[in-house]
Design a protein around this ligand. Structure first.
Ligand SMILES: Nc1ncnc2c1ncn2[C@@H]1O[C@H](COP(=O)(O)OP(=O)(O)OP(=O)(O)O)[C@@H](O)[C@H]1O
Ligand SMILES: [Mg+2]
Length: 223
């Protein structure tokens, strides 16, 4: 279960303080699938970063399976994140110097959740599901944006995480591929009873979800 309790995240610069996220309470149970919506700048990416422990809140607490993320020492948090969280970044963050298969193998070696001898086969199986089995030896810059996005989605689920956070995972995809990716994320989450939280602007994607969590526009104040 994911609990976001009275969490606020402020960004400070010389001229102003931006309250990027201000949430009283958000609870998502295991197996629940939620669309995270809100206008550009409403804090979707910030919230996903907070939940993954990549960023800490200014105030408040984020609890995953009874563990408070901000209480974890940073080294524990990195291992915990690799094992527990599957993250599709808005900017994808594939490693440019590694080919597609190696990008996936590195993600698996960080988490160490999949037995070594099964890793290559598991990567091929997932790449096949997104019609990319012919691209394993290519480097990210040799793939289209949509193909890179599909690799990023495969990387996010490859360690069988309990919590899948996807930041506009279908933004560079045509309608068919967007639905393919969403189907894959949802099916994986269902089979492993994982939480799926997907930020999106796409009405067709939103319509697929039973639960929608909306963020409001951020508040700006003079510091
Ligand atoms: N590093 C930062 N420093 C200062 N302000 C920031 C920083 N990152 C984000 N912000 C501000 O915080 C607010 C929320 O940004 P965030 O990226 O979380 O929004 P978003 O909902 O993901 O937007 P989009 O739909 O465009 O991706 C915005 O007003 C943004 O300008
Ligand atoms: Mg964003």
């Amino acid at each position: 279960m994911l609990e976001v309790k009275q969490v606020r995240k402020e960004y400070h610069d010389v001229l102003q303080t931006v309250t990027a996220v201000d949430i009283d309470s958000l609870i998502i149970k295991d197996g629940e699938q939620v669309a995270l919506v809100g206008p550009s700048g409403s804090g979707k990416t910030t919230l996903l970063h907070l939940i993954s422990g990549l960023m800490t809140p200014t105030v408040g607490e984020i609890i995953v399976d009874d563990i408070s993320i901000s209480d974890m020492p940073e080294t524990c948090r990195d291992i915990w994140r690799a094992k527990t969280i599957g993250y599709v970044f808005q900017k994808l963050n594939l490693l440019g110097s590694l080919n597609i298969l190696d990008n996936l193998l590195v993600a698996m070696s960080f988490a160490n959740s999949i037995p070594k001898r099964e890793r290559q086969q598991w990567a091929s199986q997932l790449l096949d599901q997104v019609n990319l089995s012919h691209k394993t030896a290519k480097f990210p810059h040799q793939l289209s944006m949509g193909e890179q996005q599909r690799v990023a989605v495969v990387r996010a689920i490859i360690n069988k995480p309990q919590l899948i956070l996807a930041d506009e995972p279908t933004a560079s995809l045509d309608q068919d591929n967007a639905l393919l990716i969403l189907k894959m994320l949802r099916q994986f989450a269902r089979e492993s009873n994982s939480i799926l939280l997907v930020s999106t602007h796409d009405q067709q994607i939103m319509n697929e979800f039973e639960r929608i969590y909306s963020l409001r526009q951020v508040k700006k104040g003079v510091s």
